[in-house]
Write a protein that binds this ligand. Structure first.
Ligand code: ZN
Ligand code: ZN
Length: 341
């Protein structure tokens, strides 16, 4: 039996253990992908910390994958060995009312690769063929890896949840792995885009990514800056990638009447918000989880057309996965870190 290396989480609050495992065999309707790149997400840290209660140990995390089709199970059509691909991590029923209305991310029997099932922090991963999406071979694997999460989630937030239109004032709170991609996507929809950070290099980078203004909240008052930049109109949309107790209320104060706050970060379990401000001005707080399967096709198109260049902060070798996770935990990573094989 052929072996592969996989990074296995055996105990919560402990490093991943790189060990040899059997290469899984694709069954009927499945595809074996040789992983070339696997993105590291804040969720990987939440998983390691034991706060995602659907995770059962031991298992291999990893939910942002790019690779090459290595082997096809029986009855797989439309894919060929050697194709460059990424995959939706959502294993769905295709029958429930959520699936049938296109909201596949909310499927009643959702199981996620890299959360409830072995993921891509390994040399190989088996995925149902219906989850696999081909990508042009000229897109680097590290960019392909983050399409279905760091890029795709922000696409879902901006396109589906916020329904951003040309001329909208869109503020991206938190410019990490998600934020740098969010800036580019909001520009695709014609928005005026603003970003925040407390680090000067991220401020610079936000502008390079296309932000019309970037506000350093370490020495600038965010509310006053938004009043100034928007001529007092305030934001149509705030994307909150921070997700701490106070960030939602800050966001509510920064939107116009009828404006929307999209929740995408999740750190603190609860927030406090001024509900009278929401009620009187018909402001909306909207939750956002992952992305719908159709979004993957649209995101791939935008990347192939070079309208979005997925932002990867750096790539690291597979063997350094624990160092990379520690770096993220310490807040040193200024964007997506991607493991390369
Ligand atoms: Zn993720
Ligand atoms: Zn379903």
């Amino acid at each position: 039996m052929k072996k592969m290396k996989a990074a296995v989480l055996k105990e919560f609050n402990k490093p991943l253990v790189i060990e040899e495992k059997e290469i899984p065999k694709p069954q009927k309707g499945e595809v074996l992908i040789r992983i070339k790149a696997s993105g590291l997400c804040v969720s990987d840290i939440h998983i390691q910390d034991g706060i995602i209660n659907t995770v059962k140990l031991p298992y291999t995390p990893g939910h942002e994958m790019a690779g090459v089709v290595e082997e096809l199970g029986e009855n797989v059509t439309g894919l060929e060995i050697g194709d460059h691909v990424t995959a939706s991590i959502d294993l769905i029923c295709n029958r429930c009312r959520f699936c049938l209305s296109g909201m596949t991310n909310l499927c009643k029997s959702l199981i996620r690769i890299g959360f409830e099932k072995d993921g891509s922090h390994a040399e190989y991963c088996v995925v149902p063929a219906e989850n696999v999406f081909r990508v042009n071979k000229d897109i680097p694997f590290e960019q392909v890896a983050i399409l279905t999460d760091a890029v795709g989630c922000m696409y879902n937030a901006i396109r589906n949840k916020a329904n951003v239109k040309p001329g909208d004032h869109v503020l991206i709170l938190g410019t990490g792995g998600l934020g740098m991609n969010a800036i580019q996507i909001a520009k695709v929809f014609g928005a005026q885009v603003y970003a925040t950070s407390r680090q000067e290099d991220k401020i610079q980078l936000s502008v390079e990514m296309g932000a019309d203004a970037a506000i350093n909240t370490r020495n600038q008052d965010l509310y006053e800056e938004i009043v100034k930049i928007t001529n007092g109109e305030m934001c149509d949309v705030v994307i909150d990638n921070i997700g701490i107790k106070t960030s939602i209320n800050d966001a509510i104060n920064l939107i116009r009447p009828g404006g929307k706050v999209i929740i995408s970060g999740y750190n603190d379990p609860y927030f406090e918000a001024n509900y009278q401000n929401m009620m009187k001005y018909e402001k909306e707080i909207i939750g956002m989880r992952g992305l719908r399967r159709i979004d993957i096709i649209e995101v791939i198109k935008l990347v192939e057309q070079k309208k979005i260049v997925p932002y990867v902060y750096k790539t690291v070798e597979f063997e350094k996965i624990n160092d990379a996770l520690d770096e993220m935990r310490e807040g040193k990573a200024k964007g997506r870190v991607v493991i390369k094989f």
